[in-house]
Design a protein around this ligand. Sequence first.
Ligand SMILES: [Zn+2]
Length: 337
Amino acid sequence: MSREKRIELRNSKGHEMTFKRYHRYSDMLHYLEYLSIKYPELVEMITIGKSSLGQPLKVVKVSTGQRTKKGEIKPAVWIDGGTHAREWISPAVVMYTLKQLVENFKINRKIVEGADWYILPVSNPDGYEYSHSTDRFWRKTRSNHEIEDEKQSRTLSSFFWGETCRGVDMNRNWNFHWGEVGASDDPCQETYAGPRPFSEPETRAISDFIMDRKDRIKLYLTMHAYSQMWLIPWGYTNKKTGDYDDLMSMGRKAVDALNRVSGTQYQVGHSPSLLYPTSGGADDWAKGVAGIKYAYTVELRDDGTYGFLLPASQIVATGKETFAAIKAVARAIVCKN
Ligand SMILES: [Zn+2]
C-alpha cells in the first residue's frame, strides 16, 4: 500500500471517496453503503437491476419521508450519471451531489425535504470499469449481442476483422423514436442503438424504475460530458416541444446559478441546434414516454480543452457549480410551497 493511499484511508472515516481523483465503481459502492449506514433515516439503497456483466445497478433514495407535513405526496427528482463510460466527470459530479444532499443536509434542508431524490451515480458500470482497466475512451456498454443472438448474421466489420464488436450506446437505446436519426445499426459503431429498444439490461432497469414513479418525478437530469450545455428535448427532431419556453427558462435559471459560482459559461438549447440530432436518447424518452416535464441532458465541463480527460483537480469545482444549478432548478420545481 502506498503512503498516499494509507493517508487517504486514515482520513476517510469509513470510505474511500476523496473527490480528488476519479474513483473505481467499488469505491463508489462503498461510499453509498457508508451513507446508508451512517444516515439510515435519510438514505436508502435500492438495487434496480444488474448490468450485462452482473454488476449491481444501485439507486440511492434520499428522503425525509414520502409525505409533506400536510400529508401530501412529495414530488421526486431523478439524477443519473455514467451513461457513457469515458465521461468520468459525470459519476463524480453525481456523487458530489449526493454528498451535498446527505452530508450537508442542514444547508440543503429545503430541497431535500421538498422531494424524494433518486440518484444513480453509474448507469453503465461495465463500460465505466472497462474505461479504467482497458480502453480510456470506451463509450458503450459491454454487452455482446452477436453471441447472444446466433440467428443474427455477423456484421461486415466483424467478418473482416475476425472479432465481434461489443457494447451498445445506451443513449440511443431508449424506446422513443428508436433507431432514427443519429443512431447506427452497426455494432462496431460508437452510436450503435442496439438490436432493439431496451436491449440493454441497464436501460431496461432504469426505465422500469422510472415508469413506476413517473407521476411523481418532476425533474429528470442525466449527466454527460463534455461541452458545457444544458440540453432540452427533443433530440430527434428540430421541432420544439409544446412547452419549449418553460424548459428554456428553467434551463437558463440553472446555468445562471452555475455561472454565478464560477463564471463557467453554459449554453441552453436543444441538441439538433447546438450539437446534432440523435434518436433513442434518454431525455427524449423521459419527456415523450414517461411524461416528465423538466427533462434535461447536462453536458458538463469542459469546453474541449481536456475533453474526456478533464483533470481530477476540476472535480470539486465542477461539482460545486453543477450543484448550484441543480439546487436552483429543484427550488423552482419541487419547493414551490
Ligand atoms: Zn455522453
